[in-house]
Design a protein around this ligand. Structure first.
Ligand SMILES: NC(=O)c1ccc[n+]([C@@H]2O[C@H](COP(=O)([O-])OP(=O)(O)OC[C@H]3O[C@@H](n4cnc5c(N)ncnc54)[C@H](O)[C@@H]3O)[C@@H](O)[C@H]2O)c1
Length: 213
């Protein structure tokens, strides 16, 4: 049975709390509170408590949270107790940059394979030791490497056709960088990442502040 539906903004904040707790741990801090975490993150303490309450009681009133225990719990909730094998699909500028981001491995995500449809790229290394393969061979390769997550970085006009290939091959989650909404069955997870959307929310805030003047 699937876990009860947790709102996506809550899940995103859980990942941010997890990062914040790890920072506290690195600094040798053993106890914290919703207020301290909220102040560090620029949000409200009631928000932290509400987000954590989806998963039960973590802290004691007046005592706060044990940093180690809460971080362990969030690691479990976020599915980070194991490492995840990742495939880059579309080994162009963005795919290459993502594959070479050192933060991935530090966070338990390993790029183990990459795919493209450009014959000139096939056989090149996307990261040392990881070859770019033909998209036609995806099914066999992702089974061999036990890949569950694909980073989608193909041109937008190829996105859905490539997603259909990924689904056929047994991928469970897609990190979608293409500027389009993908059509996938309910049991497949998709996360859209688009920095142009983020820029537009920034311009909205700047424009709103200017209009208030
Ligand atoms: N989300 C963001 O913030 C963000 C930022 C930059 C780019 N993008 C998007 O990311 C995607 C990639 O951008 P880029 O600049 O790396 O482009 P790019 O042209 O450098 O790379 C695309 C790669 O996909 C390959 N490809 C094309 N069709 C394919 C197919 N059917 N199967 C497999 N591989 C295929 C190409 O050969 C190429 O290597 C685009 O959709 C772009 O709009 C998103």
């Amino acid at each position: 049975m699937r876990a009860p539906k947790i709102p996506k903004p809550t899940v995103r904040r859980l990942a941010i709390y997890y990062r914040c707790l790890n920072k506290l741990k690195e600094n040798g801090i053993e106890k914290t509170s919703s207020k301290e975490m909220a102040d560090l993150l620029g949000i409200k303490a009631s928000q932290v408590r509400k987000d954590l309450s989806y998963f039960g009681e973590f802290g004691k009133r007046g005592v706060g949270y044990n940093v180690d225990k809460l971080s362990f719990k969030l690691k479990e909730i976020l599915g980070l107790k194991k490492n995840w094998n990742v495939a880059i699909v579309g080994a162009g500028n963005l795919g290459y940059a993502i594959a070479n981001y050192s933060g991935l491995e530090k966070n338990g995500f390993k790029v183990v394979t990459a795919f493209d449809n450009d014959e000139k790229k096939i056989g090149n290394m996307i990261v040392p030791g990881v070859k770019i393969e033909r998209i036609q061979d995806i099914e066999k390769i992702i089974k061999t490497y036990n890949v569950e997550i694909a980073v989608l970085s193909v041109p937008v006009n190829a996105a859905q056709e490539v997603v259909d290939i990924l689904l056929e091959a047994g991928i469970k989650g897609i990190l979608n960088f293409t500027p389009t909404s993908l059509s996938v069955p309910e049991n497949i997870s998709v996360e859209d990442v688009d920095f142009v959307i983020s820029l537009k929310s920034l311009t909205f805030e700047i424009a709103s502040a200017e209009n208030e003047l």
